[in-house]
Write a protein that binds this ligand. Sequence first.
Ligand code: 1CP
Length: 369
Amino acid sequence: MEQPDHLQPKNFPRLVNDSFLCACRKQDTSHVPVWCMRQAGRYLPEFRETRAAQDFFETCRSPEICCELTLQPLRRFPLDAAIIFSDILVIPQALGMEVHMEPGRGPVFSEPLKDPEDMKKLKTKIDVVEELGYVFRAITLTRHKLEGRVPLIGFTGAPWTLMTYMIEGGGSNTMSKAKRWLYQHPKISHTLLQLLTDVIVDYLVGQVAAGAQALQVFESHAGCLGPKQFSEFALPYLRSIASRVKSKLKSDNMDAVPMIVFAKDGHYAIEELAESSYDVIGLDWTMCPKEVRQKLAGRKALQGNLDPCALYASKENIEKMVKQMLEDFGHQGYIANLGHGLYPDMDPEHVGAFVDAVHKFSKTETKEN
Ligand code: 1CP
């Protein structure tokens, strides 16, 4: 039986606000586009209500709830992009690992990878439509429900970041178990990183086929690697993801979409990342926008990077900090964002003050004729 239109990745509504996509491509925009990492999250009372009493990964498997959670921040704030509600840990799950979300603690793997022998437990080849089709269905539904208001961003965790969770079994301050693998078992670490890369490429292409209009790759745990380990265990895979996704989209006759890489605390790798096929480099708040602009000499669009904790400041001070940030980055080839995700105890009104200030200080008067 033919599925109704809103469940199919075709006949999507025309995009009205394309400022985010234009900025990714370094084209002129009428204002600096803005979105927030973790904009769908626990800081919103309506999010807590929707999520209440449901298992986190069950939520991720329900396209209707993912769609609702994705749209919630857009009803409150004039954001210029939406990011699909999901999690980076759906990939380890697809590879056969059991993960659940413990309230107040975060993700917990029931059997993390302890030694290289455990690699045998992972599936070596997966069909992403079969294993992760629920994410694709959420993307398709959300793209329709957005009614062309703003573009929809799809995302993934990067191989190294996913490897840390699979070995640590959850969050960690030191990543010492995962780093032990890099020193004791470099070859098998590469095998794992390659396996993840292969799945990620299919997963991202599947997201675009489902309706994602841009893609962000989160290398959230770049910071625990030094420059040497980053260039051996993270960079080659990040680069390969961007170039393989782009060539696969081309060979499958799909339109190219902008790709963003966000390597948190990976300041030492900024120039190398700028030589990759990503269109946008995301900056965390420890980096100085002017210096990065100078280093990269306009090669890439930039995204970031207000310290998320700056949202604890008064609204007046948030405005001042945003004004300064816009001056430092310049308005072209720039997407305003935080330097990492929003925290659950943040005041939605202060998030609104951040978004409004970006628009206030970056709107250019449109000339008549
Ligand atoms: O019950 C809950 O609501 C749990 C909180 C939560 C939420 C809202 C988790 C658990 N994940 C998410 C959604 C999520 N995760 C999104 C939604 C879209 C949006 O941004 O609005 C995204 C993009 C992610 C990506 C994600 N998950 C990252 C990369 C971004 C980052 O913050 O660096 C990481 C590292 C995760 C793992 C994860 N999922 C959840 C938690 C608490 C964590 C971190 C665990 C840890 O390392 O301690």
